[in-house]
Design a protein around this ligand. Structure first.
Ligand code: HEC
Ligand code: HEC
Ligand code: HEC
Ligand code: HEC
Ligand code: HEC
Ligand code: HEC
Ligand code: HEC
Ligand code: HEC
Length: 432
């Protein structure tokens, strides 16, 4: 080998070694980058919620880990289990307690009543009991005659309870029969059903047992079990509102577990059902009285103002004002009030159309046995309410095509039906 040849092969080696070194550096850098990204992903994940019951030697827990592991698992991850609230605190009662059943050497309630929660959550239970979610919801299908004297007092004390303008839905309950209504009216309205011990309501209709999760109860899907459908489509309206769109597109990132009473716009950047109606937000304190921020009886055929409606408006508007300016909110309320009056006028018109039939005995005594009963009912119960709810919760399609348009259609049909009935009876329609 000449020296020239030696230097050239040395050069080749140097190039080769350089190339290998570069390759090692590049691969190393990639590996380090991947490791960093992975470690960041791990720290960004929520810390695993601890199972407070993992090592419990409580006898209910030990045995139920075998018989109903799902319940123990759920409850183990709740804040209450972490705060050492026991199965017994909700379930265990004395032998003579109404509804008690004998169980493994003690007595339990299979379905703990709100009286059990009341021993620790006095204000939530009291607020709940003064809302329409309590006895008014139950009376709406069962009637007030089934209440005990104490329950009658409690019902009378709900400011919105005695406002029960229409009994015809009660009539539907009886018409349809128990085989159906057990799965219909009762499923929703039992939120206010009294328990065997006389205490009111089923907290677990919203706080799905046994997790008692704030995230679950704050999300609008919780409310949509009941606030849905042609007569109270609050869920559908919410979905098409700006608030609902913000929730659907960004809600995964929101801080759902913030301590109650501390919620701000950085936790929830747009409103949910709970934000506007229940959560402590802005100047409004957390409440289980869902009527506390409302100004109208929107569900009524013809809406009237609620007692103390100005105070209620102040509370609701203090929620809005965390995200909207005062002028925007005042204008919105003025416009929405005018829309309620417009719907009221249409429903009043439907009453005027039907009145001569009532006066002349041309409607059958039975409710819901002829087409006109349904048209007259749908006009306010579906379309009138839908239009009003759509206005207040920003669902333009519900104000328009499921609202005002259907009202106009039903008014036209009612006029025709009424004229036909009067004509058939030989009575001249009133001059109009
Ligand atoms: C030795 C085992 C054991 C112990 C201890 C035990 N349970 Fe149970 N429990 C069961 C079994 C088995 C069932 C029936 C499960 C089923 O039907 O699937 C049951 C059912 C229940 C039910 C539902 C009853 C119904 O009919 O709906 C409740 C509530 C309950 N237990 C609560 C408790 C509480 C509270 C404790 C502690 C005070 C407790 N259990 C202790 C075994 C036990
Ligand atoms: C904070 C109150 C609370 C605590 C604590 C609690 N439960 Fe319950 N539990 C309820 C409520 C409320 C219901 C009824 C829900 C319903 O009927 O829909 C229920 C129902 C049940 C049932 C019957 C439901 C079914 O599907 O079979 C069982 C069994 C039960 N609980 C076991 C337990 C056990 C075991 C513990 C402890 C690990 C426990 N519970 C702790 C409130 C509680
Ligand atoms: C023995 C007392 C006791 C009973 C009975 C009880 N709770 Fe609680 N509850 C607590 C405590 C303590 C906390 C935790 C407070 C905290 O740490 O923020 C709590 C928290 C809660 C929370 C908030 C959970 C969270 O993540 O912040 C809900 C919801 C709740 N309870 C519902 C109920 C319901 C519904 C019942 C009846 C079925 C009930 N509780 C019965 C003591 C009780
Ligand atoms: C999907 C759940 C659901 C079903 C099923 C249901 N309701 Fe309701 N009902 C509601 C909700 C939610 C409201 C409240 C609407 C509002 O305030 O805007 C309501 C309101 C009412 C009201 C007006 C409140 C009052 O006190 O005057 C009556 C009466 C009523 N329902 C009776 C019935 C009857 C009777 C049935 C069965 C034939 C029934 N409901 C079926 C959820 C339901
Ligand atoms: C209509 C649905 C609904 C019903 C019914 C309901 N809750 Fe709640 N509850 C909520 C919501 C939503 C929150 C969270 C409020 C917030 O955003 O801070 C909550 C929060 C709570 C808290 C935590 C409050 C705090 O300030 O720490 C307790 C305790 C509680 N509920 C108990 C009950 C009890 C007891 C009942 C039955 C009497 C009940 N709830 C019925 C929806 C409901
Ligand atoms: C299990 C069914 C059910 C669930 C779940 C439910 N509601 Fe209701 N809600 C009702 C019924 C029934 C009424 C009407 C009661 C009556 O007949 O007077 C009602 C009435 C209301 C009202 C009107 C109160 C008034 O004074 O007029 C508001 C607001 C409301 N609910 C908000 C909510 C919110 C927010 C949620 C979810 C966090 C929710 N509801 C979950 C059944 C339910
Ligand atoms: C941006 C705030 C906001 C959101 C989000 C919101 N609501 Fe409302 N809601 C209102 C206002 C405002 C009214 C009418 C207030 C009045 O009467 O002054 C209303 C009215 C109602 C009523 C009618 C009560 C009656 O008089 O018949 C019910 C029921 C209701 N909301 C339930 C819900 C449910 C369920 C959701 C979620 C699916 C929801 N709301 C979302 C603000 C809101
Ligand atoms: C937590 C924040 C938050 C709260 C509370 C809130 N909003 Fe909104 N709102 C928003 C966001 C975000 C939008 C969509 C963004 C936009 O339109 O600029 C919006 C949009 C609206 C719109 C539609 C505006 C348009 O230009 O189409 C109306 C109307 C409205 N909100 C009314 C209300 C009322 C009334 C309340 C109180 C009852 C309320 N909001 C409470 C955040 C909120």
């Amino acid at each position: 080998m000449t020296t020239d040849e030696q230097t050239s092969s040395l050069k080749k080696y140097r190039v080769l070694i350089f190339a290998i070194a570069v390759a090692i550096l590049v691969v190393g850098a990639i590996l380090i980058a991947v490791a960093i990204i992975q470690s960041q992903a791990v720290t960004a994940q929520e810390p695993e919620k601890v199972n407070a019951l993992a090592n419990s030697d409580n006898e209910c827990v030990v045995c139920h880990k075998r018989t109903t592991p799902g319940i123990v698992e759920q409850y183990g991850h709740s804040t209450m289990a972490g705060a050492e609230v026991l199965c017994e605190d909700c379930h265990e009662v004395d032998a003579d307690y109404p509804g008690a059943s004998e169980h493994e050497g003690t007595y339990v309630l299979n379905s703990p009543s709100s009286a059990m929660c009341d021993s620790c959550h006095v204000s939530e239970v009291a607020q709940f009991k003064s809302s329409r979610h309590a006895l008014p919801a139950y009376v709406a299908y069962a009637g007030a005659t089934v209440l005990t004297p104490e329950q009658l007092d409690e019902y009378g004390a709900v400011p919105e309870g005695s406002f029960n303008p229409d009994r015809s839905r009660n009539a539907l309950y009886h018409l349809e029969g128990e085989a159906i209504t057990k799965f219909a009216c009762e499923d929703c309205h039992n939120i206010g059903k009294p328990a065997a011990d006389g205490s009111t309501g089923q907290c677990s209709k919203c706080h799905l047992r046994h997790e008692f999760s704030l995230e679950q109860v704050r999300k609008p899907e919780t409310c949509n079990h009941c606030h849905i459908g042609p007569d109270h489509p609050q869920w559908e309206i919410y979905q098409e509102s700006a608030h609902g769109i913000a929730y659907a597109t960004g809600g995964d990132e929101w801080n759902w577990d913030a301590e109650p009473g501390t919620l701000t716009v950085s936790d929830l950047p747009a409103a949910t059902c709970a934000t506007c109606h229940m959560s402590g937000f802005g100047g409004a304190g957390t409440t289980h009285d869902t009527g506390d921020r409302l100004t109208w009886y929107l569900f009524a055929p013809i809406s009237e103002r609620r007692p103390a409606w100005q105070d209620n408006a102040t509370r609701m508007q203090s929620v809005c004002s965390e995200c909207h300016n005062e002028n925007f909110i005042k204008t919105f309320y003025t416009d929405a009030d005018a829309a309620v009056e417009a719907v009221n006028a249409w429903v009043a018109e439907s009453n005027e159309i039907v009145q001569p039939l009532k006066d002349n005995g041309l409607l059958t005594a039975e409710p819901f046995d002829e087409t006109i009963d349904f048209t007259y009912f749908n006009l306010w119960h579906h379309w009138g309410r839908t239009a009003k709810f759509g206005v207040w919760m920003q669902g333009p399609d519900y104000v328009q095509w499921h609202g005002a348009y259907e009202i106009l259609h039903d008014l036209a049909e009612l006029r025709e039906m009424a004229a036909e009935k009067l004509e058939a009876a030989g009575i001249a329609p009133s001059a109009e």
